[in-house]
Design a protein around this ligand. Structure first.
Ligand SMILES: [Fe+2]
Length: 299
């Protein structure tokens, strides 16, 4: 079954802005570039977790999902094929490019490529953050969470739960937002799905969780000092209780930079919330129309 979010691949014309931004603001470590000149970023001892490929437009290239064991690759492939989704075996070249032992991939009904991987390569005690932070919370909880939107939320719920095995954590339904949150490990959500208008899909943000609130506060100061667009000011979410703010990366998608999310336990019961945040998370006065992320028209 699925274990965690392993990595994220983006392509972007702003690839050259990433090394400075990611190390000095986010605290990532720069890894060796990919074979196509991609900027590869580390947040822990995995060889990379975020990869920005050179490209003409900002686009989501792939989401990487780690599976718990090699047999899960066959099981998930069987479930996907039963839904009419074609699953491709990744060759040795692709496995090497992703720094994993085994890989298969498919494209979901909304056009997003998902890679199912086992055996992400880890180099123990090799991570050094790009600025002074305590650490990123990864490990069993994976890279963080991703938030994707589509018009047919019910169909997406069915696909990601029944076929791929995501479990519902809770829902937030307000006058502006309808979103479902899903876990595959102790992290409150590794995936969230939000409803978008007809004909549109989008990748809104990647969440990175830091161990200390001072890591987040210092990151906030750095965004203000350097003019990095803040898309939501500091706040605390109602559902996962994450204290976070949102910034827009050089490649249109946002990063939620957070601290202190609750963890899923065996007694977890899904709930519905009518507010997304207990406090904060409003837009910043200098950035009244924040980026919706990497949005794409269907069809
Ligand atoms: Fe988030």
């Amino acid at each position: 079954m699925l274990h965690s979010l392993a990595y994220l691949g983006i392509s972007s014309p702003a690839v050259d802005e990433w090394p400075t931004f990611a190390t000095e603001v986010l605290g990532c470590m720069l890894a060796e570039p990919g074979p196509d000149g991609a900027v590869r970023l580390r947040v822990d001892d995995a060889l990379w977790r975020i990869q920005i490929h050179p490209g003409e437009v900002d686009a989501v290239d792939y989401f990487g999902w780690a599976v718990t064991d090699e047999a899960s690759l066959d099981e998930l492939q069987g479930r996907l094929e039963a839904e009419g989704v074609e699953v491709h075996e990744g060759d040795a070249e692709l496995a090497a490019a992703r720094a994993v032992n085994r890989i298969r991939w498919f494209v979901d009904p909304w056009g997003y490529r998902h890679e199912l991987i086992w055996g992400q390569i880890i180099r123990p005690s090799s991570f050094r953050p790009g600025r002074a932070i305590s650490r990123f919370i990864t490990g069993q909880q994976g890279l963080g969470h991703v938030v994707v939107g589509m018009p047919d939320l019910e169909r997406a719920h069915d696909f990601f739960t029944r076929v791929l095995g995501f479990e519902l954590s809770d829902k937030i339904i307000t006058d502006k937002l309808e979103a479902h949150f899903y876990h595959v490990n102790g992290r409150h959500h590794s995936l969230a799905l939000g409803r978008l208008p007809e004909g549109v899909v989008g990748f809104n943000h990647l969440m990175l969780q830091l161990e200390a609130i001072d890591d987040v506060g210092r990151g906030y100061d750095l965004c203000l000092e350097r003019g990095v667009p803040i898309s939501k000011v500091l706040g605390r979410h109602a559902n996962d209780r994450m204290v976070s703010f949102y910034l827009t990366t050089p490649s249109a998608f946002n990063i939620e930079y957070g601290y202190g999310g609750v963890e899923i336990d065996e007694d977890w019961t899904p709930k519905t919330f009518d507010k997304s945040s207990i406090w904060g998370h409003t837009v910043h006065e200098d950035n009244p129309k924040p980026s919706p992320g990497i949005v794409r028209r269907l069809g």
